[in-house]
Write a protein that binds this ligand. Structure first.
Ligand code: ZN
Length: 255
């Protein structure tokens, strides 16, 4: 699990999990956090409990969305505490990004190749989490979540953005249609060509450009730098042929 000790000292939890260290077996081995991919519920319960313990936020205070590869974000608080934490159906429906101002609530999204982003407003004290595959990046989900985070807080915030493990351009070969769509929005730099001449989509650069257009400096965006498809230790939808577990991005204000 990637954790940031510097942020923890400031009272923010920023965590990205991988595929190791859990109780699930087979395609879900072993730290699968999703109730919605065919894994046994008891194993996911145990994986989530272990993570809740490590993160120091009980499951009763976690909130997860029911992700749909859309651009909707939701501002959540105590009223939503626990939703999606012990089952899939009670999650916040049709939502791919969550934002909160409430200390002690943990927000999570689940991914396997899609881009997980965590946003932390250090001064106005808000956090957000985003799930964005190519559809979500194209639809502007990271920008929508950033706007929700900053609009609620008034002037003078300092927002840091953390981009977690996802499928990087090394492994994200795309067809002509996607190549043209992304190049129209973000320029040719977001679709580099491999040695074999095939177009590859760079989702991280698209996110950086999208947030940059809202005024987020590159120096405030941090990345774990790992590719879920070719680094060890991550669930990859593409690599597994579509049957695999999900890793998590988890954030909270802890104090
Ligand atoms: Zn790769």
């Amino acid at each position: 699990m990637h954790l940031s000790p510097e942020l923890e000292e400031l009272g923010f939890l920023v965590a990205f999990t991988g595929s190791g260290g859990g109780a699930s077996v087979g395609s879900y081995a072993s730290l699968n956090l999703s109730y919605n991919v065919g894994d046994e519920k008891g194993r996911v319960d145990s994986n989530r409990l272990a993570l809740a313990e490590a993160a120091g936020v009980p499951l009763s205070r976690w909130i997860l969305p029911r992700q749909v590869h859309g651009a909707a974000s939701a501002l959540v608080g105590l009223l939503e505490a626990g939703r999606g934490s012990r089952d899939f159906l009670s999650g916040i429906p049709r939502t791919d990004a969550l934002v909160t101002r409430t200390t002690g609530l943990a927000l999570a999204v689940l991914t396997a190749d899609c881009v997980p982003l965590i946003m932390v407003d250090l001064t106005r004290r808000m956090v957000g989490v985003v799930h964005a595959g190519w559809r979500g990046v194209y639809a502007g989900t990271p920008a929508a979540a950033y706007s929700m985070l900053t609009e609620g807080g008034g002037e003078g915030g300092q927002v840091l953005v953390f981009i977690g493990p996802h499928i990087r351009s090394c492994c994200m070969e795309v067809g002509e249609e996607l190549k043209e769509a992304f190049e129209r929005k973000y320029g040719v730099g977001v679709v580099p060509t491999s040695d074999t001449g095939a177009p590859h989509l760079d989702l991280e650069t698209a996110c950086v450009l999208q947030l940059g257009a809202l005024g987020v400096p590159r120096s405030d965006i941090f990345t774990t730098g790992e590719c879920t498809a070719c680094s060890q230790g991550y669930f990859s939808y593409r690599n597994s042929g579509g049957r695999c577990g999900r890793q998590g991005a988890l954030t909270a204000m802890t104090g």
